[in-house]
Design a protein around this ligand. Structure first.
Ligand code: KIV
Ligand code: ZN
Length: 386
């Protein structure tokens, strides 16, 4: 079976930080139920202290799902932790995600705190939170621009007082995969007790490296990956969880690890998140984009018609899609046109095919995408001239 990678979905919290996205309670519940179906292990439902509405939303999500652990984000202060407790009380499968920034720039300019103060506040917050929750995640915000010795020290101290998950986010999407992996190796060597907690990565996509950074972290021993469906989130977004699930599945030969995501539910989940958040999915987006399984060039179409694996490393059916039709355009060849004619119910001989193909190419020079109706018109035209 290989090793299992836990999935932590923050579509409802970091995803909601996407500029222009605002989810109400019933929208959060609708998405959370689908996240349960797609097999997410932990759902970050929101930030209970942020607003009374978000507190209610966190509570509603915790009540709506059974299997995933539902957590609320909280800063390292009593009020935030109390708000999370208030939101989640009465539900069993719940936890808290406490965070504080640990990088010099954040500590000095944003928090105006010293390392000692950040360390002390982290320990106090985790100690306090662990009275109420068995599942306590602690994050060093901006960890990838933080001093490694310092975050190792913070990690060790919060484990001593009850942290069960340690997360080292690449908050600004700054790190390279090699550096991130190296950091996780060092953390595992140095931090006492780290073998008893879940080690987690959380990558943003500012430089387009969120997926490779998460995979590098997994290769370096991380056992939880945090991200959002469709890669939505603050600025350039968070890592797209469907990309991680499919990368691990498709290259299981290399990683020997997979998530417990129910891959067949991925397309549905992606469409739902796009519809509810109003965030369109770019056509060329990996795994879930409209073009992800589409073949446009004649050479590719010919190859795929002979054997799909010539150009498809994963099947559309794997993520719950119907087979993707070939896109007919000016680069398509006779083989693709013939298949389309058969699909539309026409039986043509070689002479007819040659004649229709010529007209088709003339049309394709003028029109970007040839639709079924265009083909039908070409065949009608050809039969009239016979
Ligand atoms: O990116 C980040 O650092 C976060 C934290 C709150 C974990 O989202
Ligand atoms: Zn984040």
């Amino acid at each position: 079976m290989g090793k299992r990678i836990y999935t932590f979905d923050t579509t409802l919290r970091d995803g909601e930080q996407t500029p222009g996205v605002n989810l109400n309670i019933s929208e959060k519940v609708e998405i959370a139920k689908q996240l349960e179906k797609v097999g997410i292990d932990v759902i970050e439902a929101g930030f209970a202290a942020a607003s009374p509405g978000d507190l209610k939303a966190v509570r509603a999500v915790a009540e709506a799902v059974e299997k995933p652990i539902v957590v609320s984000l909280a800063r390292t202060n009593k009020e935030d932790i109390d708000a999370a407790v208030e939101a989640l009380k009465g539900n069993d499968n719940v936890g808290i995600h406490v965070f504080i920034a640990t990088s010099p720039i954040h500590m000095e300019k944003k928090l105006r705190m010293t390392e000692e103060e950040v360390l002390e506040q982290s320990v106090e917050a985790v100690r306090y939170a662990s009275q109420f929750f068995k599942h306590v995640e602690f994050s060093c915000e901006d960890s990838t621009r933080s001093d490694l010795d310092f975050i190792c020290k913070v990690a060790e101290k919060v484990i001593e007082v009850g942290a069960t998950v340690l997360n080292f986010p690449d908050t600004t999407g700054y790190i390279t995969p090699w550096e991130y992996a190296e950091r996780f190796k060092i953390i595992q060597e140095r931090v006492k007790g780290v073998e008893n907690v879940i080690l987690s990565c959380h990558c943003h996509d500012d430089l387009g490296m969120a997926t490779i950074n998460s995979l590098a972290a997994i290769e370096a021993g991380v056992t939880q990956v945090e991200g959002c469906i469709n890669g939505i989130g603050e600025r350039a977004g968070n890592v797209a969880l469907e990309e991680i699930a499919l990368a691990l599945e498709t290259r299981y030969d290399y990683f020997q690890k997979r998530t417990s995501m129910n891959l067949k539910e991925i397309a549905k989940t992606s469409k739902l998140v796009s519809r509810v958040t109003g965030m369109p999915i770019p056509a060329n987006k990996a795994v879930i984009g409209a073009n992800a399984f589409a073949h446009a060039s004649g050479i590719h179409q010919d190859g795929v018609l002979k054997d799909k694996t010539t150009y498809e490393i994963m099947k559309p059916e794997t993520i719950g899609l119907e087979e993707t039709p070939l896109i007919l355009g000016k680069l398509s060849g006779r083989h693709a046109l013939k298949e389309k004619l058969i699909e539309l119910g026409y039986q043509v001989n070689e002479d007819e095919l040659r004649a229709i193909f010529k007209k088709y190419k003339d049309l394709a020079d003028r029109k970007k995408e040839i639709l079924d109706d265009d083909i039908i018109a070409l065949v009608d035209d050809q039969t009239k001239n016979e």
